[in-house]
Design a protein around this ligand. Sequence first.
Ligand code: SAM
Ligand code: SF4
Length: 324
Amino acid sequence: MQDRYGRTIDYIRISITDRCNLRCMYCMPQEGIELCKCDDILRYEEIIRLCRIFESIGISKIKITGGEALVRKDALDLIRGIKNIEGIKQVTLTTNGVLLEKYLDELVEAKIDGINISLDTLNAEEFKRITRIGDVETVKKALQKVLTHKDLNIKLNCVPFDTSKQNIIDLVGIAKENNVHIRFIEVMPIGFGKLFQFLGEDQIKQQIESVYGKMKPFEQKLGNGPSHYYSLDGFQGKIGFISAISHKFCHECNRIRLTCTGYLKTCLQYDFGVDLRALLRSGASDEQIKMAIEKAIMAKPLEHSFLDKSIESEEQATMSAIGG
Ligand code: SAM
Ligand code: SF4
């Protein structure tokens, strides 16, 4: 469906858990967050029911996220269930890669339409510093296995906290040798992200160009999201940027988000939306839920105002509950 600004909303990110096996410093504190009660988290049958309703209003692409989605028991059953919904054209996953090697075969069998792997650095010490408890070798091993599946649609997402030139160069090097796109994401002032400054797109581009040559804008659309891409001579993959602050893309925003507790968020910055769990559990009909979703989408804000410090209705939830 279209919102009141004429934007077509056809994509939803669904967080299925707030739990995670890493503690990335821009996302979670060392000791973890206060976790949602199990009963508050949407059950799989509730998520599937909502996905059918989302499909009926024109959502055709679904990203499964978390927390770390693969730590939730039987996450593959949910993915298979959503894949079976007629009209859903794409089901993709965002993961930190820690459990990816274990579940990759099942994901491939389930015909997952794409996997985004979050990988901020290839350097073991930096990886430990950023994730606090992670071992980069686990993710590298998973990545190697993923890369043997030539037909899988793979993207690497990097929030550049290891700002050393070597890190950027090493990560970009993966896109040289493989048909994998790498995207650099500006840290957003949400939850723990408020504590950090981001490394700007222009600085990253400078670092890349000093080694790999001129980056040329790649005009074709790749994927569902707001990245803009560049190509480099001799590279199989593209280099993308998701620069929500410095290159705002709200005018073409196509997405909504469902938190793990069933709150439908229509903009990352604000807590505007609707509590779908309350509706589901109060016995509302599909038609009533559909109307509530449509109403929320019609009230989707025009844009974020992350740089406006006077805005008060900011989201208090952490990224792990929202799903990024
Ligand atoms: N655990 C999974 C992962 O790391 O891919 C999925 C959830 S995570 C919240 C989704 C994405 O959000 C990750 O790529 C992560 O780097 C990113 N992220 C988390 N906090 C962020 C922030 N404050 N600003 C920008 N991106 C953030
Ligand atoms: Fe976990 Fe992903 Fe947050 Fe890192 S960014 S702590 S992997 S949810």
